[in-house]
Design a protein around this ligand. Structure first.
Ligand code: FES
Ligand SMILES: [Fe+2]
Length: 392
């Protein structure tokens, strides 16, 4: 299995390895620390600021926002209809006989009824109320007793822009340019071969914290020894991670303990066994490349202090039958590491901030990827006509 483009992964692994001190001591910060990067607590608490973030990045009310993953390509065979509910958006994602993926509103143009309530195979979308019928692209095909309506009354379902790239289905206003949006990450994601993976399990959970706290938890290898002491610290070195900006996205690799014993020449080595690549596709899709499977995690903010955490567990199609192995991985990563540790601590951070006892959060050199993440948010806010600068 390929990992991130091998040359990129090798370059980062060699940098990580060069920083590892002999003898098992934790890696020191390689450079002199700058003053901590500080972010106002109001950015995680203020509903007005959140409304500006939503308008600038997350769409809603018929707009897609910036690109985000809404499904895996392999979950959608020809003729499949998949309801996708996001805060402010309710969609049916379909794949027509022509193989093209589309998204239309999941609400009948007659009296608003939800059209599809569970994944299904269909040739047409038939409203359960009075039988208005649409094709999989949303065009109205049939109205019972059509003579009861004037010609201009009948219309099709509004479509939202979606696109397939790297084995994933993306929603976003400028989605035709998804390759350009992904920029330098496009080749990394293609190399994961997610089109040859299947969703072994997925889950959506709403957690009581601001979406940025979750992204920041994934941009931080500094917490592994403390927060994940009893779960995955046994697999990872302490605070040994390299993160780099790729446009407004982030690419990271985090060193696994096996890297210490790796041969000098890594030519034939399985790089995913030595370090774990991860990505933040701006603004809120996190991708983590485990040794033999991939977590795709789109985050969907519901309000300033509530976020939907979607976790798609993508495993190689050829190995999908290895149930005990995947059960064990799901239990460790999703149930323990993500839900009981990372998301639990994000809620604790939200509670601490909401208590009003600190005015700002601080990020040191081991959390430096948070700087470009916030710079990209500031840039998105500044570009959004609906979002005047907040000063918050
Ligand atoms: S609400 Fe859909 S056909 Fe009447
Ligand atoms: Fe974590």
């Amino acid at each position: 299995m390929k990992s991130m483009q091998r040359a990129t992964h090798l370059r980062l692994i060699e940098r990580l390895r060069a920083d590892l001190p002999a003898g098992g001591a934790p890696a020191p910060v390689a450079r002199e620390a700058r003053p901590a990067f500080r972010v106002a607590a109001a950015r995680y608490l203020d509903a007005g600021h959140h409304a500006r973030e939503r308008a600038a990045m997350f769409g809603g009310r018929g707009a897609g926002g910036l690109p985000r993953v809404i499904a895996a390509s392999s979950a959608l065979a020809a003729g499949a209809c998949l309801p996708v509910d996001l805060p402010g958006l309710s969609l049916i994602v379909t794949r027509g006989a022509d193989g093209v993926v589309r998204a239309v509103a999941n609400a009948c143009r007659h009296r608003g009824t939800r059209l599809v309530d569970a994944p299904c195979q269909a040739k047409a979308l038939v409203c359960p109320y009075h039988g208005w019928t649409y094709d999989l692209a949303g065009a109205l095909l049939h109205v019972p007793h059509a003579e009861a309506f004037a010609p201009g009354d009948s219309c099709s379902l509004p479509a939202l822009p979606v696109s397939e790239r790297a084995g994933l289905i993306w929603l976003g206003d400028d989605i035709a340019g998804i390759a350009g949006y992904l920029g330098g990450l496009d080749a990394d994601l293609a190399a994961l071969e997610l089109d040859r993976h299947v969703v072994w399990r997925s889950r959506r959970v709403t957690r009581r914290c601001n979406w940025k706290l979750i992204v920041e938890a994934f941009l931080d290898a500094y917490h592994i020894r403390t927060l994940h002491r009893d779960s995955i610290y046994r697999f990872f070195l302490d605070a040994a991670s390299i993160m780099e900006s790729v446009g407004r996205h982030i690419r990271a690799v985090t060193a696994r303990r096996t890297l210490r014993e790796a041969p000098v020449e890594l030519g034939g080595s399985d790089l995913r066994a030595l370090s774990t690549p991860s990505y933040v596709v701006f603004p809120a899709t996190v991708i983590i490349v485990h040794p033999d499977w991939v977590s795709v995690i789109p985050l969907h903010p519901r309000s300033v202090d509530e976020t939907d955490f979607d976790h798609l567990m993508l495993v190689p199609a050829a190995r999908a039958g290895d149930t005990p192995h995947w059960e064990k991985n799901w239990s460790l990563i999703e149930e323990t590491v993500f839900q009981r540790e990372d998301l639990w601590v994000c809620e604790q951070a939200q509670r601490g901030l909401a208590a009003g006892m600190v005015d700002e959060l601080m990020f040191g050199e081991l959390e430096s990827a948070v700087r470009p993440f916030h710079a990209a948010i500031d840039d998105a806010l500044a570009r959004s006509p609906a979002a005047p600068p907040t000063g918050a």
